[in-house]
Ligand binder design. Structure first.
Ligand SMILES: [Zn+2]
Length: 311
């Protein structure tokens, strides 16, 4: 291990001091003022809301394909309420019906694959029953994945940084990297567990290790996507939603075994992106000020055995 190799490169200076909420609001306002006039009127139909989202939260310039679309439902119906969530699980769908909300703005697939391609699900009972539930209750599922990630800054990345209390350290020039005063990995994990209400943290590294520079990358991370950031910025800790056990996790285990002071903390996919989805509910209030809007956390997809509580 060489000290030279792990000397962090200084980050570009931020342009003036930014408060975290000030940054978020500046971005949010700019987008909303760019929205067409009709979107500032109270929306009457689900389609009114979707048109306002599409206008105020555009896709990245030059985008030719997107997973963002109506997944199920007819949008030309009166709007009764809006739910934002990471995944429209059966639990979330039932809760939406109980709250009389007919529009769900979701971040991830309804039908289990990246682009909601259902060709392999033809005749599948789980798919058929879920789809029938959505249609029977007149729900409209709108996928908002690429739009929120196309925001500047990325609404999901900034969501987790702010939820963890590091919004003031957010550097829009290098949004993946956050520098903090030296803090032990153990203290960071305790804080992440508490602030993100994360029941199932996994980590690689020494809890007494001091962390100064973090790579924050909510959602799924491939080894190929992580490595260039580590080469360029040399962080101590990756905070991610999920990484594959058979690739990036083994790289970090080897790094630790070879004596490098490196660590990874993975929170679970939803937990890491949930703050962005919660923020989406707040953002929508400007578009639909008189409509009931709620965020419903999707929760952990897997149970632990033995459970943490010993039950
Ligand atoms: Zn995402």
């Amino acid at each position: 291990m060489s000290a030279v190799r792990f000397r962090p490169k200084p980050l570009p200076q931020q342009n003036g001091a930014l408060t975290s909420s000030g940054r978020r609001f500046a971005w949010c306002r700019r987008r909303q003022f760019a929205a067409p006039r009709a979107s500032r009127l109270a929306p009457r139909t689900v389609a009114d809301v979707l048109r306002a989202i599409e206008a105020a939260m555009p896709l990245r310039a030059g985008t030719t394909t997107t997973v963002d679309r109506i997944i199920v439902g007819n949008a030309e119906v009166p709007l009764t309420g809006i739910i934002t969530t990471m995944f429209p699980t059966m639990g979330v769908l039932r809760e939406a019906v109980a709250r009389r909300a007919n529009l769900l703005v979701v971040h991830e697939p309804t039908f289990y694959q990246a682009s909601d391609d259902v060709s392999a699900l033809d005749g599948d009972p789980v798919y058929a029953e879920k789809r029938a539930f959505i249609e029977r209750h007149g729900l409209v599922i709108f996928r908002n994945h690429d739009r929120i990630h196309a925001c500047d800054p990325d609404g999901v990345r900034f969501g987790i940084v702010e939820a963890l209390g590091w919004g003031a350290a957010f550097n829009p020039t290098v949004p993946r990297i956050v520098d903090i005063a030296p803090t032990s990995l153990g203290d960071i994990m305790a804080m992440v567990a508490q602030r993100l209400d994360a029941p199932n943290l996994h980590y690689i590294g020494d809890p007494t290790m001091l962390v100064r520079r973090m790579h924050i990358s909510p959602g799924y991370n491939s080894f190929r996507s992580v490595l260039p950031v580590w080469r360029e910025h040399n962080p101590d800790l990756l905070i991610a939603g999920e990484i594959f056990e058979w690739e990036a996790a083994e790289y970090f285990r080897d790094a630790v075994a070879l004596g490098h002071r490196k660590a990874v903390l993975f929170t679970g996919h939803s937990v890491s992106e949930e703050p962005g989805s919660a923020w989406m509910a707040t953002w929508l209030k400007a578009i639909a000020p008189t409509t009931p809007i709620h965020h419903i956390p999707r929760g952990e997809p897997v149970a632990r055995f033995p459970s943490a509580s010993g039950r």
